[in-house]
Design a protein around this ligand. Structure first.
Ligand code: NAP
Length: 278
C-alpha cells in the first residue's frame, strides 16, 4: 500500500457523495461568501469555493466590496443571518488592515458559521459537543479516518497554534482520545517533542521546517503548510527527505489542501440539515 495520503482522491469521492445527496433535495442549500478588498490569494480561494459549490449543486452567492465599514458589513451579515434561504455564511479572511475580523466573524449566527470560527462553535468543539468545525482540521480528521489511523492513545504533536488550524485540530485529536502536545514558536526543544510523535501535524507556514531528524521512524505526517516560493508550492515538511522514514504522509499539493474546500461544502449541507430538521 502506498504511504502517500491521497487527499485529492478522497476529496473527489466526498464531493461526488455530496453532489448525489444535494441532487435529491428540492430546495438547494445556499452558501454566501463575503470578500472585501483585493487580496490575491483570497481571490483564488473564493474561486475554488465557487467551483466546488457549483459542482455539488449548492446555490452560491459571492458578495464583494472594494471597501466597507465594519458596522455596514455587520449590517449585511445580519440580513443574511435573518434570511431563511441562506444556510452558510463565510467572511473570506484576511480582511483589509484595520477591520475587526473577530467582531465581524462573530456576528455570523453560529448555525450558519460554516467556517467554524465563531466563539460559540470553538467553545462547542472545546466541550466535545456537536458543532460546525473549522474545515481544514475537519479534513485532516477525515484523512486519518480514511487511512485507518489509530488515534486513541496515540502521541499526537501539533506544531502551530492558530485559531484556524492548530487549536481546532488539537481539540479534535484530544476528543478522539489522542495524547496531544500543542507546540508553537516559543516551544523549547521542539525536535525532541516532534520526535516522539506517532502523528505529527505541521501547521506553521514555513517551507520544509520539519526536517528528517525531527520525525520518528514509522510516524504519520500531516503537512498543512502551503508556502508559495517562486510560483511553486511547498509544504512545512521536507517531504523528499522525510518520506522513507515515515509510514504515512500527505503531499503538498494534493494532501490536506483539497480536503478543506470539500469540508466547507459538507458543513453547508450540515447547516442546511440543521435548518430543515433533517
Ligand atoms: P499562522 O496563523 O501563521 O500560525 C502559524 C503557527 O506556527 C503559529 O502558531 C506560530 O507560533 C507557529 N510557528 C511559527 N514559527 C514557528 C517555529 N519556528 N517553531 C514552532 N512554531 C512556529 O498560520 P495558519 O493559518 O495556522 O497556517 C499554517 C500553514 O498552513 C500556512 O502555510 C497556511 O498557508 C497553511 N494552511 C493551509 C490550509 C489548507 O487548506 N491546506 C488551510 C489553512 C492554512 P506562534 O503562535 O508562537 O506565533
Amino acid at each position: 500500500m502506498s504511504k502517500v495520503i491521497d487527499g485529492k482522491k478522497i476529496s473527489l469521492e466526498i464531493k461526488n457523495k455530496l453532489k448525489d445527496e444535494v441532487e435529491k433535495l428540492k430546495v438547494k442549500p445556499k452558501l454566501v461568501v463575503i470578500s472585501v478588498g483585493d487580496d490575491a490569494a483570497s481571490k483564488v480561494y473564493v474561486g475554488q469555493k465557487e467551483k466546488a459549490a457549483v459542482y455539488i449543486g449548492i446555490e452560491y452567492l459571492h458578495m464583494h466590496y472594494d471597501m466597507i465599514s465594519d458596522d455596514d458589513l455587520i449590517k449585511e451579515i445580519n440580513k443574511l443571518n435573518d434570511d431563511k434561504s441562506v444556510d452558510g455564511i463565510i467572511v473570506q479572511l484576511p480582511l483589509p488592515k484595520g477591520m475587526d475580523e473577530k467582531r465581524i466573524v462573530n456576528s455570523i449566527v453560529s448555525d450558519k458559521d460554516v467556517d467554524g470560527l465563531t466563539y460559540l462553535n470553538a467553545g462547542l468543539l472545546l466541550n466535545n459537543k456537536e458543532s460546525l468545525v473549522s474545515c481544514t482540521p475537519k479534513g485532516i480528521m477525515k484523512l486519518l479516518k480514511e487511512y485507518h489511523v489509530n488515534i486513541s492513545g496515540a502521541n499526537a504533536v501539533v506544531v502551530g497554534r492558530s485559531i484556524l488550524v492548530g487549536k481546532p485540530i488539537a481539540n479534535l485529536l484530544l476528543n478522539a482520545d489522542a495524547t496531544v502536545t500543542l507546540c508553537h514558536s516559543k516551544t523549547n526543544n521542539l525536535d525532541k517533542i516532534t520526535k516522539k510523535a506517532d502523528i505529527l501535524i505541521a501547521a506553521i507556514g514555513k517551507k520544509h521546517f520539519i526536517t528528517r531528524d525531527m520525525v520518528r521512524r514509522g510516524s504519520i505526517i500531516i503537512d498543512v503548510g502551503i508556502n508559495r516560493v517562486d510560483g511553486k508550492l511547498y509544504g512545512d515538511v521536507d517531504y523528499d527527505n522525510v518520506y522513507d522514514k515515515v509510514s504515512l504522509i500527505t503531499p503538498v499539493p494534493g494532501g490536506v489542501g483539497p480536503m478543506t474546500v470539500v469540508m466547507l461544502m459538507e458543513n453547508v449541507l450540515k447547516a442546511y440539515k440543521m435548518h430543515n430538521n433533517i
